[in-house]
Design a protein around this ligand. Structure first.
Ligand SMILES: CC(C)(COP(=O)(O)OP(=O)(O)OC[C@H]1O[C@@H](n2cnc3c(N)ncnc32)[C@H](O)[C@@H]1OP(=O)(O)O)[C@@H](O)C(=O)NCCC(=O)NCCS
Length: 160
């Protein structure tokens, strides 16, 4: 299937168990680094999704690959700017899906500049951002639950 088959739609309740499965993946957690404190805590997961789905400043979309739920993508406000974030189930990695999903999302969410953060060693995410026109404009260090350690990250910006 080609990446033309990537679409975005509103998140529905039936997506959440799939997102929870994606959140349980240890390799995805290690990559993303700045994750839920305990990814297996279903109550915390449900509280998180209740909160982000009822916050008008947060835009959440489900990433579809054909008729399969591949993951999710979102924008949210932090430190006075808008950031994007995304997460795919492992079986969907390496097919260009995140890149296409982010390009579609950036067509819908037109605020600029828009930002993203990625752990410095999250090469796949950094490459996705680079392919979508983001450039590294800074760096930071924060505690990463998935690594139980302070972890360095890049801050990336898309200007236009
Ligand atoms: C990061 C993630 C979204 C990437 O999704 P994806 O659909 O595989 O991404 P794409 O296929 O669109 O692009 C990945 C790019 O990274 C490259 N890449 C992947 N692993 C790499 C590595 N270890 N080193 C260098 N490049 C790498 C791929 O080759 C591809 O680039 P290319 O098109 O130039 O060949 C996915 O792995 C994921 O959900 N990870 C867990 C959650 C996460 O890290 N989210 C981001 C938080 S900042």
């Amino acid at each position: 299937m080609s990446t033309d088959n990537v679409t975005l739609r509103e998140v529905v309740d039936q997506d959440l168990p799939l997102f929870f499965d994606h959140q349980l993946d240890p390799e995805a957690n290690r990559m993303a680094a700045f994750t839920a404190e305990n990814p297996a805590d279903i109550d915390a997961f449900e509280a998180h999704w209740d909160r982000i789905r009822s916050d008008d400043s947060i835009i959440n979309k489900t990433i579809m690959y054909g008729d399969e739920v591949a993951g999710h993508i979102a924008s949210f406000e932090r430190f006075g700017v808008t950031e994007v974030t995304y997460w795919l189930g492992r079986e969907f990695w390496g097919k260009g899906i995140a890149t296409n999903a982010l390009l579609l999302f950036l067509d819908e969410v037109t605020i600029r500049p828009i930002y993203a953060r990625a752990a410095k060693d999250n090469k796949a995410s950094l490459r996705v951002l680079e392919k979508c026109g983001f450039e590294i404009v800074g760096e930071d260090k924060a505690y990463a639950h998935a690594r139980s350690a302070d972890t360095e990250e890049f801050i990336l910006e898309l200007r236009d």
